[in-house]
Design a protein around this ligand. Sequence first.
Ligand code: DP6
Length: 363
Amino acid sequence: MTEQQFIPQVYSKDITEGTVSWESPSNIALIKYWGKKKDQIPENPSISFTLNACKTTTVLSYTKKETTSDFDFKVYLDGEHKPDFQPKIKTFFERVLVYLPFLKDYTFKIETSNTFPHSSGIASSASGMSALALCLMSLEQQLQPDMTATFFNQKASFLSRLGSGSACRSIEGDLIVWGENETVEGSSDLFGVKYPYAVHENFKNYQDTILLVDKGEKQVSSTVGHNLMHGHPFATQRFAQAHDNLASLKPILESGHLDAFIALIESEALTLHAMMMTSMPYFILMKPNTLEVINKIWAFRKETGLHIGFTLDAGANVHVLYPKSQAEVILKFIKTELASHCQNGQFICDEIGFGAKQINMSH
Ligand code: DP6
């Protein structure tokens, strides 16, 4: 597949107006995407669990307009007009126009809402961008009804990536690989693909409890963060390591070896932060409470032998990962020992999900 294949030929149908809606989840990377070339072409492969509870719902309404000179759209969050969201969406529209040539033909209303609290420090770009891309694909599907389901998902992921890299891993579930690599057949830099190999029962229904350690605005935007990998002294080794880690993960996912799984994902999380600490300029994105939580997780794991582990994104919040079979005891530990390190004691219980869902608008 190349970009060319996502450029449509002449559309067979004419659609004057309508409404489509999708809900699309967030995802949590196990092997991290950190470093990109132009248009979110990743420097290394990544793999993620698609989440279930943390998601964005987007309703896209469209009306064909007279002139096709420029984009015409308004964005709403929870019913409130958000002119400050305009530039980001405009940049996205400009980037995808060649793949969705109808974008200037319609007036759009984009109404969006998130299940997770606003300013929770949880990035909404993955769920938000993928929900919008899916809505646009639903419109394109009406213009071109012979589109296959496989193409629909692939192009939705491709467009999501052009909005935000990690968003391309939110279309399907439960494990998604993005970025070309030898280990995973069919993997691509252009879009996410379902992990195609055997996955042990241990990883079914895996839990992710997200500890809201710091709900503030992101200290480092992802664009700035990814750019720090350009000229980074350890970049080459890091990109090679991500390939190696993906190869190592394969037998772990197959055998259900939880100790090895935890060692690998925790190392990935700390490596991501190590990259930020060793770039120029340098950043420490963990907070004292992040470290408190990590130390408590390690002590509890040692004491109980339970399979509790963590991962981090480019921020202070901690994703606590554990198998469903041990959820009762671990959740009790989170409530009694870890919640006090969260802002206002807040955490979100999530688990592996199976991707985006279209919402029927025909009522
Ligand atoms: C640390 O996808 O937010 O969460 O492509 O610039 O939008 P852009 O970046 P983004 O980067 C996410 C980085 C990460 C790791 C990951 O999700 O793989």
